[in-house]
Write a protein that binds this ligand. Structure first.
Ligand code: SAH
Ligand code: SF4
Ligand code: F3S
Length: 440
């Protein structure tokens, strides 16, 4: 008789890289006999994969851990692990404050998780927030088939930009690119397992500069080589920094049909004074000229961005400049945040903008972005797009998927399967999705 498999529950916060990391951690523990569960109450191990980007991230972790205490009281054998960017930032402190935690593992040490889980089973607590010399990707198991037609693939990690507000350079470490040959291998295997769309991930993904067989490759070259993989239909990448947008990558958008016309290119502010205070190292005008070049290469490019309002020192005039920039770019999608001080970052010591004022600005900015998003959605009505089907929709006979422009689309397609790509005419726009009919 074999014992029942151990059950693993993972809760993921933060960015897409954390989503990718959670999958890789599940695979690493899968090789040790853990199977996933979606109920913490049934789990033998709970992993919280944390994000440190916003204020109260650590408080949120401690309150989540507080809730797990009841479950651990019922099941004293339950092991609890903390991973991700709060794990990296707080390290040992987590064990000190929360003795119910068994292991703390930072983003560069995930390949050591199976050994840490074994130690936990023997009652030993471990903390690993090293930036180890070995490459975790060499020590993680191969990725199994998931049945999903889309996948993330990390190509670059860390950041050397040190924007004055941001914790990422501290939690993810300095910029490292994976070798291009490894990425191509991983991509081919994903495609063999049914993946049709790959999103390349990196904190500064367009700064990618990994070793290829004939010297260093930039992201443009990597995209062109990935595009040669038969069966791979779509390539995306996120997140990019304006200063790393090379001519070659822009040209790839004009020349490579597999490279999708959606670009997330955060600018944070439209005021040169604030951009300088943020250490962004570019002006608003340079960003606008860059977008002109991108749209010259790919006129239908759907632009997306991130904005911070209420950065220390932001005046009304600075905020107006941000609103003007948004009006000029006309985003298809954008994320906006109220500035929150992150301990240890340069901006944390500067005097904050009045919180009420920051709230009012955020509301005004979000209203403009919502109008632009709605206009972009409505502008799709009547147009022909391609849709990669991902899963059955809510109604019988319906399939749901994403357009080239990353809009969610529902289509009446009773005979379609996930993984198929269909030509679709968009017939209507709702607030968060589009509806369409099959063309062929
Ligand atoms: N590497 C990416 C992602 C950074 S984090 C990039 O450069 O865009 C994602 C977004 O969170 C940032 O673009 C920024 O808009 C927001 N953000 C980061 N730190 C923040 C802070 N301290 N306060 C408010 N928003 C923040
Ligand atoms: Fe953070 Fe700036 Fe690096 Fe993006 S580019 S991860 S905002 S420091
Ligand atoms: Fe958050 Fe770390 Fe990603 S701080 S946004 S999980 S890189």
């Amino acid at each position: 008789m074999t014992s029942a498999p151990k059950k693993l529950y993972i809760k993921t916060y933060g960015c897409q890289m954390n989503v990718y990391d959670s999958e890789r951690m599940a695979e690493a523990l899968g090789a040790e006999g853990y199977v996933p569960t979606d109920r913490a109450e049934d789990a033998d191990m709970v992993l919280l994969n944390t994000c440190h980007i916003r204020e109260k991230a650590s408080e949120k972790l401690y309150s989540d851990l507080g809730r797990l205490r009841a479950i651990k009281t019922d099941n004293p054998d339950l092991k609890i692990g903390v991973a991700g960017c709060v794990a990296q930032a707080e390290g040992e402190e987590i064990l000190r404050r929360m003795p119910l935690v068994d292991l703390v593992v930072g983003p560069q040490s995930y390949h050591r998780l199976p050994a840490m889980a074994k130690a936990a089973a023997e009652g030993k607590k471990t903390v690993d927030t090293d930036f180890p010399p070995e490459d975790k990707f060499d020590h993680l198991p191969e990725r199994p088939a998931t049945g999903r037609p889309t996948a993330f693939l990390t190509v670059q990690e860390g950041c050397d930009k040190f924007c004055a507000f941001c914790v990422v350079p501290y939690t993810r470490g300095s910029e490292v690119s994976r070798p291009a040959t490894r990425i191509l291998d991983e991509a081919r295997k994903l495609v063999d397992r049914g993946v049709r769309e790959i999103t390349l991930l990196g904190q500064n993904v367009n700064g990618y500069h990994g070793a290829g067989p004939d010297g260093d490759w930039g992201l443009g070259r990597l995209v062109r080589e990935l595009a040669r993989i038969e069966g791979l239909a779509r390539i995306r990448y996120t997140t990019s920094h304006p200063n790393d947008m090379t001519d070659d990558l822009i040209a790839a958008h004009a020349e490579e049909p597999k490279l999708m016309p959606y670009l997330h290119l955060p600018v944070q502010s439209g005021s040169d004074r604030i951009l300088k205070a943020m250490n962004r190292r570019h002006t608003a005008d340079a960003y606008l000229r860059l977008i002109e070049r991108i749209r010259a290469a790919r006129p239908d490019m759907m632009m997306s961005g991130d904005f911070i309002v209420g950065f220390p020192g932001e005046t009304d005039a600075d905020f107006r400049a941000t609103m003007d920039l948004i009006a000029t770019v006309n985003y298809g999608m954008a994320y906006s945040f109220k500035y929150s001080a992150r301990p240890g970052t340069p901006a944390a010591d500067r005097s904050p903008v009045d919180p009420g004022l920051a709230d009012a600005r955020l509301q005004e900015l979000q209203a403009l972005i919502t109008r632009q998003q709605q206009a972009a959605q409505e502008g799709m009505v009547g147009r022909e797009v391609s849709v990669l089907f991902e899963k059955p929709g809510r109604l019988p006979g319906q399939m749901g998927g994403k357009s080239d422009y990353l809009h969610a689309v529902h289509v009446e397609a009773p005979d379609a399967r996930p993984g198929q790509i269909a030509r679709v005419r968009i017939t209507s726009a709702a607030s968060n999705s589009l509806a369409g009919t099959l063309l062929d």
